[in-house]
Ligand binder design. Structure first.
Ligand SMILES: Nc1nc2c(ncn2[C@@H]2O[C@H](COP(=O)(O)OP(=O)(O)OP(=O)(O)O)[C@@H](O)[C@H]2O)c(=O)[nH]1
Length: 341
């Protein structure tokens, strides 16, 4: 192995539609890293990088980008600067994982990494996550998702606990020869990625010129990208009334595909921090702890197509409760049915 080789750090891209489980997979890799030192670049679509908050604390080095898609970068220099900081030998990292936003265009992401002028950067492959339960609906709206599967070096069919048996054969067919691994909660064998560090010959397949031909080339026209039709908004407020939030969730418009973030209820015996995730028809609430000194508040990112952002903001803000300590514990009942066991 030459000394130059030892200084090249594989950069693996993790892509997949909104809510497919990218952060979950990333956290799985980080907690099962088996001594492999991993740097992370997290890119979120909203103005608050919820994904960055979810992985913080577990990672050897993390850089976060928010409010826009990395794939929209006009040139590679922004990503290059970030990758340069992580691949520098002084950072001592073995692998960089870039978690794309759920609306990123994988081809553009690959091009950005391949175009890197940083001699330490080595393209490490594309992992495309598929939400086995929600896959059919976004696929109708975004036929390009089929193509994303064809480009991948590894397809992870996630959330198989929520899906029927018919999805795996379909995804295998669409993946066109790329390996497909069926999982729950992003629990892929980390060796699938780490092997590539130890044995570069098992690295990503070479993408052809056609694969990479600039769909958003010289003119950088992003109208074909999934995110062109999507809006996001961030709502920050105090405590939410659990019943009002439950009603909001039940009546949320179909276009509101994704919600994520932190909810504060402040109801007696429910002072904890709650993480809320909605993906299509799926709603989950997870009880967790506030960090020391963390402000007790609600902060949610909402992402959808054809949504009336201001109406949603008003509707969610009107779930606020100025005196949550005055509520009774049974007010939590309608919302607790979404609580993860
Ligand atoms: N039932 C089930 N839920 C899962 C599984 N994997 C992830 N989830 C849940 O799906 C929700 C979304 O997961 P994330 O990992 O945040 O998805 P993401 O792809 O990072 O989301 P975006 O960055 O917004 O695109 C969370 O509530 C996860 O706990 C799974 O295999 N089964």
């Amino acid at each position: 192995m030459t000394s130059q080789r030892t200084h090249r750090v594989p950069v693996v891209l993790v892509t997949g539609f909104l809510g497919a489980g990218k952060t979950t997979l990333l956290n799985h890799l980080l907690t099962n890293s088996r001594g492999v030192r991993i740097g992370v670049v997290v890119n979120d679509f909203g103005s608050v990088n919820v994904d960055a908050l979810s992985v913080a604390g577990q990672v050897d080095s993390m850089l976060s980008l928010e409010n826009g898609c990395l794939c929209c970068a006009v040139d590679a220099s922004g990503l290059d600067r970030m990758l340069g900081r992580l691949t520098d030998p002084s950072a001592g990292l073995d692998l960089i994982v870039v978690e794309a936003s759920g609306l990123a265009e994988p081809r553009s992401m690959v091009r950005l990494v391949l175009a890197s002028s940083d001699p330490h950067v080595e393209y490490g492959g594309l992992i495309e996550l598929v939400d086995a339960a929600e896959f059919p609906a976004p696929r109708v709206r975004h036929p390009e998702l089929d193509e994303h599967l064809r480009m991948a070096d590894l397809v992870v069919l996630n959330k198989t606990d929520r899906a029927g048996d018919d999805v795996l054969p379909l995804v295998r067919e669409l993946a066109d020869g790329a390996p497909v691994v069926a999982t729950t909660h992003g629990r892929v064998d980390p060796e699938l990625l780490f092997d590539r560090i130890r044995d570069p010959d098992t690295g990503p397949r070479q993408l052809s010129f056609d694969d990479l031909r600039a769909e958003c080339g010289a003119g950088q026209d992003h109208h074909d990208h999934p995110h062109a039709a999507y809006d996001s908004l961030t709502v920050t407020t105090g405590a939410l009334h659990p019943r009002r939030l439950a009603t909001f969730l039940q009546g949320r418009p179909a276009g509101l595909y994704r919600m994520k973030g932190t909810v504060y209820f402040g109801v007696p015996n429910h002072w904890q921090k709650y993480e809320l995730h909605t993906v299509g028809g799926y709603v989950r609430l997870r009880r967790t702890r506030w960090d020391p000194g963390e402000q007790r508040c609600t902060r949610l990112v909402l992402i959808g197509a054809g949504i009336d952002a201001e109406a949603l903001r008003t509707a969610l803000e009107s779930c606020a409760e100025p005196d949550p300590a005055g509520l009774a514990e049974q007010d939590m009942v309608p919302i607790l049915r979404y609580l993860e066991s």
